[in-house]
Design a protein. Structure first.
Ligand code: TMP
Ligand code: ZN
Length: 394
């Protein structure tokens, strides 16, 4: 196939088999109609963009969308507050405009109540709010904002860009909207962290791209922009925060001496050597066998899953873990409770069930929220099964 970003040749290096829709939690009656697609990943030989080979046609996303409300995780709220403080100190003047792509539940822009701000998001928004544009971010939306209120000094996007198939249109829109001295700051799961931790469950239908410093540099270049800095972030299992400015800018508002840590991570992180990519499938298969082995040792005991995440759909289906291994999955999202997990059809229950009737072992599926969950479930006396320091620990 050809790269969605630059048209170069994409070489497949990973096959995660037939997978259901990651967020396609379903009722019993929907079992027979469940949609599956081929989850395969490749890398572009020209621009190093790691991307899905096959996309699910939008009409098949038959399940509901269960957007994760950022505000329901105190760690994420804290992370966003720190970024907001950084922006106020180093990137945004009081008169400047800040625009967020992927407003979610408003938890990030809440930090900018006294500033001029606009959130752009087609879904999951509270009702009328004059600061919100309920659309996909596009050149049209960019032009509309410029004509209505002027260019943005800061554009922010958290865990959103990797979902957008037409990245070229997105960067074109950024170029329209951004002031000459402004900055785009975005964060997404980092390819090198996924690789290092063999975190293949980060791969699912909604994540079209797995960015690296190299691939972001290339896509920015194609649109008159440049990557000026990148810093690693310990959220969502390892993310990168990218700072992108106009290629022509000389009066970049972020000044290196003021933010030295932001300048440390510009390195050619993704090597294009075949080894990097060829070894990945083997590493994943070893991780799968190890998990199956651990679950085999708990046979006869009661084992459940914690957190019906999108990630867990890839993990459970690739490792073929079903109701024989996990009695249920507990999750706080009301709309998921009473339904069944995609593909494996494991019942989703409320945390009350978990507390009333605790199992012997719990497989931590929402591992990106580990600290928060361990704190919350201090009273659980059974064993946790989780992946750490390169192996499954019990
Ligand atoms: P996501 O990572 O796919 O967005 O899903 C996170 C899921 O984890 C979401 O359904 C809520 C669930 N969750 C819990 O059940 N308990 C928790 O303490 C946290 C932080 C998340
Ligand atoms: Zn490419």
């Amino acid at each position: 196939m050809n790269c969605r970003v630059c048209g170069g040749e994409v070489k497949q290096f990973l096959d995660l088999g037939k997978q259901p829709i990651a967020n396609g939690f379903l009722t019993k009656r929907q079992f027979s109609k469940e949609f599956f697609y081929n989850l395969k990943v490749g890398v572009c030989a020209e621009c190093a963009m790691v991307q899905l080979i096959e996309l699910v046609p939008p009409g098949n996303l038959f399940g509901k969308n269960y957007p994760f409300k950022t505000s329901s995780s105190y760690q994420m709220v804290k992370h966003q507050k720190q970024l907001a403080d950084f922006i106020k100190k180093h990137a945004l003047e009081y008169s400047g405009l800040i625009v967020e792509i992927g407003y979610n539940d408003g938890s990030f822009l809440k930090n900018f109540k006294d500033y001029r701000y606009i959130g752009v998001d087609p879904s999951s928004l509270p009702k009328e709010n004059s600061h919100i544009i309920r659309e996909f971010f596009s050149p049209n939306v960019g032009n509309f904002i410029v004509e209505s209120v002027g260019q943005a000094q800061v554009i922010v996007s958290l865990n959103t860009l990797c979902h957008i198939p037409n990245l070229n249109e997105l960067f074109e829109a950024v170029n329209i909207l951004l002031e000459p001295g402004g900055v785009l700051i975005f964060e997404d799961p980092y390819w090198d962290s996924i690789k290092k931790d063999t975190a293949f469950d980060q791969i699912y239908d909604e994540h079209v791209y797995y960015f690296s410093v190299t691939s972001v540099e290339k896509v920015a270049e194609q649109h008159g922009l440049k990557l000026v800095a990148a810093t690693w972030q310990p959220v969502h299992g390892g993310s990168m925060r990218y700072f992108v400015a106009k290629a022509t800018t000389r009066t970049f508002i972020l000044k290196p001496p003021e933010v030295p840590e932001a300048w440390t991570l510009i390195e050619k992180a993704t090597s294009l050597s075949d080894e990097t990519f060829n070894g990945f499938q083997d590493a994943i298969d070893r991780k799968r066998r190890a998990l199956q082995g651990v679950l085999a040792t708990t046979e006869g005991k009661r084992t459940v899953g914690y957190g019906a995440t999108s990630k867990s759909t890839t993990l459970l289906n690739y490792c073929n873990i079903g109701r024989d291994q996990l009695e249920y999955i507990t999750d706080t999202t009301l709309a998921k409770q009473g339904k069944y997990s995609p593909g494996q059809h494991i019942p989703i229950v409320s945390p009350d069930e978990f507390h009333k009737n605790p199992p012997d072992y719990t497989l931590l599926l929402a591992w990106n929220h580990q600290a928060e969950i361990m704190e919350k479930e201090k009273k659980f006396k059974g064993g946790w099964i989780h992946y750490q320091r390169g192996g499954w620990q019990v």
